[in-house]
Ligand binder design. Sequence first.
Ligand code: ZN
Ligand code: ZN
Length: 335
Amino acid sequence: MRQALTVRPFEFEIIESAAPALQEGCAIIKVVYCGVCGSDLHVYEGKHPKVKPPAVLGHEAVGIITQIGNNKDNLQVGDKVAVVPLIGCKECEYCKLGYPNQCVNRKVVGFQVTGCLAEEVSIPIENLIKLPEGCDLLEASLLEPLAVVVHCVGLLERIKISTKEAIVTGAGTIGILIGLYLREKLGMNVSMVEINANRKELAEKIGFKVFQGIKDIPIKDTRPVAFECTGNKKVLDMLVTTDPAPEVIVILGTFERTLELNIFEMCKRESYIIGSQMYTKKDLEIAAQIMSTPMKEVFKSILVERIYSLSEAKEAYDEALNSQKGTKVIIQVNK
Ligand SMILES: [Zn+2]
Ligand SMILES: [Zn+2]
C-alpha cells in the first residue's frame, strides 16, 4: 500500500510499504479523506517542538473498516468511521479523571503514531466512531476541526455566561468554524478580527462582520466572550486590556511557551483565561450529530473546491500553508 511520507521539511515521498496487520483491539481502516491541519503544517515546516520528519502525518481522517475482530462497539467491516486521533494512557491522573486530552503520556495518531496519509491504517477500535449510514465522507472530513470547536465552546459551561456577544480573533479554519458554531448553534452575535485579506474575504462571504482590530468592535453594555485563534501575544494582550474586556478568553492559538501578559489589567477586569486542548471522543460524537443536521450546509462552506490525491500531498500542504484563506484542504487517499 502507498503512504505519503514527509521525509524532510517541505518534502513528501510516496512510498510503498507493507499493509498493517490486524491486531487484537484494533481495526484496519481504508482511509478515504484526510484533512490538513495547522499542527500538521508545523511538522511539515520543521517547526513542531516535538515531532520532526520523517513522519507519516494525518489525523483528521475518515474511512471504511476493512478488517475487524469481535468488538463491544458492534463495529463491522464496511462501516464508515471517523478516527479519534488521541490515545490516552488510561493510567495517569488525567485519564482517570476523564480528561484523556490532558493525558501526560498521550499519543496522537499522525504524530507519535503512524498517521492517516496512508491507504490503510491500524487504529484502536475505541478510537473510532461510527458514522451514520448515508453520511457523506467528504462532509465528515470536517468532523475533526468541528470537534475542536465543540470542545472549546463547551469549556464556557464552567462559567456562567449570559452575553450574546462573541469576538473571534483569527479567521483561519478553526476561527471560522467557531464563529459558525456560535452563530448557528448558540445564536450569538460574532465579531471577527482578521487582517489578512484572503481570510477576511471568506469570513465576510460567510456573513461575519470583520474588523481590523479589537478596538474597532462596537460592543457596548456587555462583556463579550472571546476565542483567541491567532497565537499572537499582542492580540491576546489587546483582548485582556480592551474595554469592555471579554469576561472569558478561550485560547486556541499556539503560543510560545512563555509570554508577557498584562496581569494587572486582567485582575482589574476579573477576566478568565481558559486554555483548550484538542477534544474528546464525546466532542467528536457531538460534531457528528451536527453534521447530520441541515446546519452542515453552513459548515461545508469552508471546504476547498479542489480535492487533492495522495500523490499530490505536497501541493495540498503548500496550498494549506500559503493560501491563507481559512478554507479546509482535504486529501483523498482512496476512492
Ligand atoms: Zn487537526
Ligand atoms: Zn493518561
